[in-house]
Design a protein around this ligand. Sequence first.
Ligand code: ADP
Ligand code: MG
Length: 137
Amino acid sequence: MNLTLGIIKPDAVSKGLTGKILDRILSEGFQIRAMKLVHLTKKQAEGFYAVHKDKGFFEELTNFMSSAPCVVMVLEKENAVEEWRKLMGATNPAEAAEGTLRKQFGSSIGENAVHGSDSKENAEIEIAYFFNKLELV
Ligand code: ADP
Ligand code: MG
C-alpha cells in the first residue's frame, strides 16, 4: 500500500462539495490516513507550489489556493499516486475523462477542484509539508 497527498481545493470546499468528493474517495477504495481543513497563507501556497514559480499561472494559482480554506488529506491505496490522479482526471476539466472528479466538479484549468501528487517522491515531500508522522493514522 502507498500514500499520496490529496487536496480538495478552495473552489470545491466553497461550493460545498467536500462531502461528495470524500464519498467518492472512500467508495473508490482509498483509506484516509490523515485529513485537515487549512486556510493557506499566500506564502504557504507559494511554498507548496514552488516547483511552478516560473510559470505564468503561479500568481493566479497561489492567490486562488490562499483565497479560502481547503481540505488536505493523506490517501492510501495500492498505487495511490496513479490511482488518485486517475480519479482526479486531467488538469483542465474540459479535457478530463467522464466520471473523474475534475470533470464533475472542476470549473476551469485553474479552479479544478482537487490536487494530487505527481510521483512517489513528491508525495513524500507534499505529505511532510502538511503532516508530521504523529498525524498519520
Ligand atoms: P496538476 O494539478 O494536474 O498536477 P500542474 O501541476 O501542471 O497540474 O499545475 C498545478 C495547478 O496549477 C493546476 O492543478 C491548476 O490549478 C493550476 N494551473 C495549471 N495550469 C494552469 C493554467 N494554464 N492556468 C491557470 N492555472 C493553471
Ligand atoms: Mg502537479
